[in-house]
Design a binder for this molecule. Structure first.
Ligand SMILES: Nc1ncnc2c1ncn2[C@@H]1O[C@H](COP(=O)(O)OP(=O)(O)OP(=O)(O)O)[C@@H](O)[C@H]1O
Length: 772
């Protein structure tokens, strides 16, 4: 490119940088002012709120004044938030204001228009012109999708046409253009190379400057209610959905906010790993939850087995147990639940006593009688609503009776002045004709307050024993032939025992929750508009059916890589789409397949793809590094020595080195061993951890899902250690976590999962004990 051209572009960058600086200064001042305003109204509010309300003559008036002040506080805080957000967005632009330029010639125009594209929009000082267009603006779609010539792009007003006459890409660092070129492709590999080589911390980066065309299709898809993304490891699935979230938030600002989006992420570490992406784009984070967290909230009081616990257990379980789990995790079992609830006879409902002060308040028999008195033509859920209303009416009656009892008079006597005032609520002494009326009022209020626990219990459906109900379901469900009656009895007994100890296995969670929700007609959240599920290959179908039920209004974006399935056999994307389409009841499903892998060097990807029977479809990105190494040691001491040497060596070269193991126990053993040698920055990561430090991290492979590290040491890939059918998925997942360097360690003969084609991609080193 001509030097003059670069000078002209640099001059523009300088001008834009000056404008950003000016706007940052204005925004900083506005932030200060807004902050002071918030402090002032807060101070006013807290001073007034702390006045003892009972000393104020007119309580009602003081309340409404306080309410008004509270509103002022929240308005001021909201205003401060908005200005802060604007400041952050401007600061993010500083130093690297844009990365692309498109010149477009609209129909009927003589001169092309020049548009610059960055992470956010920026207007000039008199707000007449865009200096930068947000990458999510409709016209920016042309940058990612279009090659030169006639192009179309989507806008809220419909499809528009234009002509793309130039596409230019920039790398701008600290306000200097370090690289710029014109291109006809989506985003040049050169830029991508630079971006991938520059990952230098433990956080995921936003990929906005280098989004690839097929990723762009994921990001800008607004028409599908089920978007299934099947992508090989490191193909940018997670990156693409994070960009998609910011895109959706940008486009539906008026009717979508971050609280209406939920991302199911594979583990707590992952949340930390991606936490920087959205803020770097000026967006608030969506809600994030792990499956374990979601279930924990729905099973309060029970300890729910996690995916990881299940995985650990499955390694040691007999195959008979697998058949039962497979059934309980299938969509079939969910259909059976639906049918069971639909036909649930009144005498089959497992009612429970409602108690108050350890005494039966409403007996199960009484509740059943009420239920049986309701029209059988109603659905179970509708009948329950009516039953609850009846119970509430009875409770009100009981409150009146209870108010006459001695315990109430006694409790009233014991109240201090403040408590008494609170009991009066809106009323005052003068509102009552005589003392008797006053006492009756207070007694009723007190009784009502004490009996609120019963009201809550009614409201929360505590009068049905769902654990028993589910057991009844299990006892009558039609079993597939793969499960013998004897094994099934074992499953039920195990379930009962677990409940006894306040625990529940993961395989029971979806059918049990579904059963509970269908009976009570609850558990659905209609506010959520988008549900994202990452690493979907680890989600049982039954769980997906349940999530569809729990978020009935949401569009689903489901991402996965069946090759990384640590828990189940491989499935083809098309078959998966069909299956999901049914279970998620989707009207406009779409499948997008990503075959290009960006994370790892060509050498690592070539090894990983050779592991898979259909690995040919994986396209490695051309970024070269050292060949992966396989070190085979035939005794424990040699193995440990190799591990230690490698960990130290890799750490000298890299920020993050992960030692990945098959399970928790092996991670602990390795950690203890390395710990004895006092390695710098050594960490053992567990399912509870949510911080992802740099250094040498020892963790089981399932906790590394979705993450990436500069260097990976896979320990141990011996045949003795990796015997299961899922050994291939395991080695594949371990290998594809590495960005730059991969070392495999084997104690003894190597697992057959590393076949001869894969072995050819390795530098192999054997060392026998007697050689040393
Ligand atoms: N268009 C892109 N531009 C720059 N970097 C990219 C791009 N796409 C992906 N990457 C990088 O490739 C790496 C892998 O991306 P990501 O984690 O999104 O892949 P994934 O498909 O979710 O992987 P996995 O399934 O293995 O967890 C990340 O470092 C990401 O920043």
């Amino acid at each position: 490119m001509e030097a003059g051209e670069q000078r002209a572009e640099q001059a523009r960058v300088d001008q834009v940088e000056r404008e950003i600086k000016r706007q940052v200064a204005t925004a900083e001042q506005a932030v200060d002012e807004a902050h002071q305003e918030t402090r002032a109204v807060e101070k006013n509010y807290s001073e007034n709120a702390s006045i003892n309300r009972y000393e104020v003559d007119d309580i009602a008036e003081s309340r409404s004044e306080l309410e008004q002040q509270r509103r002022l506080v929240s308005q001021a805080a909201e205003n401060e938030n908005i200005i802060n957000h604007q400041l952050r967005t401007l600061q993010n632009l500083q130093g690297s204001p844009y990365f692309g330029r498109i010149d477009i010639l609209d129909p009927g125009e003589d001169e092309p228009e020049r548009l610059y594209i960055g992470t956010a929009s920026l207007m000039n000082s008199d707000r007449t012109d865009f200096l930068i267009y947000d990458w999510r603006a409709p016209i920016s779609g042309v940058y990612y999708n279009g090659t030169l010539g006639k192009v179309q792009y989507e806008t809220p007003a419909g499809t528009q046409s234009t002509e793309l006459v130039k596409k230019r890409q920039f790398t701008i660092k600290d306000g200097r253009i370090t690289n710029m070129f014109d291109t006809n492709e989506t985003v040049g590999d050169e830029l991508l190379q630079a971006a991938l080589g520059a990952q230098n911390d433990q956080y995921m980066h936003n990929i906005v400057a280098t989004i690839q065309q097929e990723q762009n299709n994921i990001i800008r898809n607004t028409s599908s209610d089920l978007l299934l993304v099947q992508g090989v490891a490191g193909s940018g699935k997670t990156s693409a959905i994070l960009q998609r979230i910011t895109y959706l938030l940008y486009h539906s600002r008026a009717d979508l906010n971050a609280d209406q989006i939920v991302l199911f992420s594979p583990n707590n570490l992952f949340s930390h790993y991606i936490s920087e992406v959205l803020p770097s784009l000026g967006e608030r984070n969506m809600r994030q939850v792990t499956l374990a967290g979601f279930l924990r909230r729905r099973f309060e009081g029970l300890q729910v087995e996690t995916l990881f616990d299940r995985y650990e257990e499955r390694q040691s379980e007999a195959t008979a147990a697998h058949a039962a789990a497979d059934f309980l995790e299938s969509a079939t079992v969910m259909t059976a639940v639906r049918q069971y609830v639909h036909q649930l006879p009144a005498d089959e409902v497992q009612f429970a006593n409602l108690t108050f002060n350890s005494q039966v308040f409403f007996s199960a028999d009484h509740i059943r009688e009420l239920y049986q008195g309701l029209p059988a033509s109603l659905s179970v859920a509708d009948r329950l609503v009516k039953l609850k209303n009846q119970l509430i009416r009875e409770l009100q009656h009981r409150v009146r009776e209870e108010a006459k009892k001695d315990w109430v008079a006694k409790a009233l006597d014991e109240l201090d002045v403040q408590q008494l005032h609170r009991l009066y609520g809106q009323r005052s002494v003068d509102d009552f004709p005589d003392e008797e009326a006053q006492f009756a009022y207070l007694a009723r209020k007190l009784a009502k307050r004490r009996l609120r626990v019963v009201a809550d219990a009614i409201y929360n459906n505590y009068f049905i024993d769902f654990y028993n109900q589910y057991e009844r379901f299990l006892r009558q469900v039609a079993l597939p032939q793969t499960i013998s009656n004897r094994d099934w009895i074992g499953v039920i007994t195990d379930y009962q025992n677990e409940i006894e100890y306040h625990r529940i296995k993961l395989m029971h969670t979806a059918p049990l929750l579904y059963l509970r929700d269908l009976i009570t007609g609850s558990g659905q959240n209609r506010a959520f508009q988008y549900v994202f599920i990452d690493e979907m290959q680890d989600y049982p179908l039954a769980t997906l059916v349940y999530l569809r039920h729990a978020f009935p209004k949401a569009k689903f974006t489901v991402l996965g890589d069946s090759e990384q399935a640590l828990f189940k056999p491989l499935q083809l994307p098309q078959a998966m789409l069909q299956e999901l389409r049914t279970v998620l009841d989707a009207k406009h499903p779409q499948l997008i397949v990503l075959n290009r892998s960006y994370r790892s060097t060509t050498e690592i990807t070539d090894f990983a793809k050779a592991l898979l029977p259909d690995g040919d479809q994986i396209i490695s990105f051309t970024r070269h590094g050292a060949k992966p190494r396989l070190l085979v040691r035939y005794d424990d001491a040699g193995f440990k020595q190799a591990l230690l040497e490698n960990a130290v060596q890799q750490r000298a070269d890299h920020e993050s080195v992960a030692v990945l193991t098959k399970n928790r126990e092996q991670a602990q053993t390795i950690y203890r061993f390395l710990h004895q040698h006092q390695l710098d920055g050594l960490h053992l990561l567990t399912a509870r951890d949510s911080d992802l430090p740099t250094g040498i991290l020892v963790l089981p492979v399932y906790l590394a899902k979705g993450l990436e590290f500069d260097a990976v040491i896979a320990a141990d890939v011996s045949a003795a250690n990796l015997t299961n059918v899922d050994a291939v998925g395991m080695v594949y997942t371990m290998a594809t976590r590495a960005m730059h360097q991969l070392t495999l360690l084997s104690k003894g003969a190597v697992t057959p999962a590393i076949n001869s084609a894969a072995s050819q991609q390795l530098v192999i080193e054997h060392e026998f004990a007697d050689k040393k």
